[in-house]
Design a protein around this ligand. Sequence first.
Ligand SMILES: [Zn+2]
Length: 161
Amino acid sequence: MTDKDYMRLAIEMARQGDRASKCSPIGCVLVLDGAVIAQAHNEVEHRCDPTAHAEILAMRQAGAHLHRSRFPGAVLYSTLQPCGMCSMASIWAGISRIVYGAERHQVHQMYFEDRDLDTVDFLRDAYKDDVQIEAGLLGEECAALYYGPQDDPPADEQANL
Ligand SMILES: [Zn+2]
């Protein structure tokens, strides 16, 4: 399978999450040595847990599956640029590559906690020897899952959902 195939799986996870709950449709797949070791979608609202982002849930699944807390060599695919929390968790997990679809400029700012700093820039600088980051894979397809930069989402959806 290729990067695109894994991203399509992540998109499918995002769509499943969208149907199952009111959470923002974010999907994540974790791959190690060519095998999918975890796949998850955002469940913040469903679980009443602000940390239940797709990437965090995927890392928890991977830990339970592998019986360890670090996954060197793993690739994390996410439909949206990971937030600061998930980016740092990826560093703690020793994930080797982060591949994401929709980029920050393609979606509404409500999806990011940081208004004045792009955490992916921080990651690229601070952890350049630890993690490779690839942005924009199937970017338009992924961005179609979200409110666009000019959209006006309902106020009750503008949170960490
Ligand atoms: Zn996150």
